[in-house]
Design a protein around this ligand. Structure first.
Ligand SMILES: N[C@@H](CCC(=O)N[C@@H](CS)C(=O)NCC(=O)O)C(=O)O
Length: 224
């Protein structure tokens, strides 16, 4: 049986959770409280970098969400979530990477940056740039690169639907808004969605972690 290490509040672990559900793969789950569970020796044995998600399948551990998605696709190919046509495959990969590298950090910073500062405007401009790119990549298809759900929808679909909850509305992006609504209707999205309380707790944790990180960095500078 495949074991899935995760936490409901982790949007990155949710990528894997969605893929497991969409593919109908049987799994047992281990919930890690990210206060300290990730630093326990047993877990560090599986992931020395102390991150979730991780899966262990037939004794084989896979970490890094994108690698896990590829593993699941290869081992459990039905339903297929990765197109093979070159342009469609490139579209899926681009959306996964642009979500991870460009959108995710900016979306998170909407939670903790002061909206009265010029930096906030820059963050919103960057998100706009990503959403323009996504709109073009989606074109007239219901999903990225395909008529069926893909791994790109899974990865972008854990962040874009959150944006309105962070005060960034999708009204300028009607196609993306429809796409996001379509995803949220799916049983896998509904099962893994955070309640209002969980989302408030997630935002609180992000703010605390950012504060701690800033404090550690300033101590590091004083020590130098
Ligand atoms: N690049 C990793 C990032 C995973 C990640 O950052 N996970 C966070 C939760 S969203 C985590 O485990 N944080 C706890 C820690 O790093 O100690 C992936 O894609 O799987």
């Amino acid at each position: 049986m495949l074991t899935f290490y995760y936490n409901r509040q982790s949007p990155i672990a949710r990528r894997v959770w969605l893929a497991l559900l969409e593919k109908g793969i049987a799994f047992e789950s281990v919930v890690l409280k990210l206060d300290d569970d990730q630093f326990q020796p047993d877990f560090l044995e599986i992931n020395p970098f102390h991150h979730i998600p991780v899966i262990v399948d037939d004794g084989f551990s896979v970490l890094e969400s994108i690698a896990i998605l590829d593993y699941l696709e290869s081992k459990y190919p039905t339903p297929a979530l990765l197109p093979t046509e070159p342009q469609a495959l490139a579209t899926v990969r681009m959306i996964q990477m642009v979500t991870t590298n460009e959108l995710f950090p900016k979306a998170i910073s909407l939670i903790y940056e002061n909206e009265d500062l010029p930096k906030f405007v820059k963050i919103k401009e960057h998100i706009d740039k990503v959403l323009h790119f996504f709109t073009k990549a989606l074109g007239d298809r219901p999903f990225f690169g395909s008529e069926q759900l893909t791994l790109a929808d899974i990865v972008a679909g854990t962040i874009v639907p959150f944006l309105p909850k962070l005060g960034f509305f999708l009204s300028n992006y009607p196609k993306l808004n429809d796409w996001s609504e379509r995803l949220m209707q799916r049983p896998a999205w509904q099962k893994t969605a955070l309640s209002a309380e969980e989302f408030a707790e997630f935002k609180r944790r992000v703010r605390v972690l950012v504060k701690l990180h800033k404090r550690e960095n300033s101590w590091g500078k004083q020590a130098n």
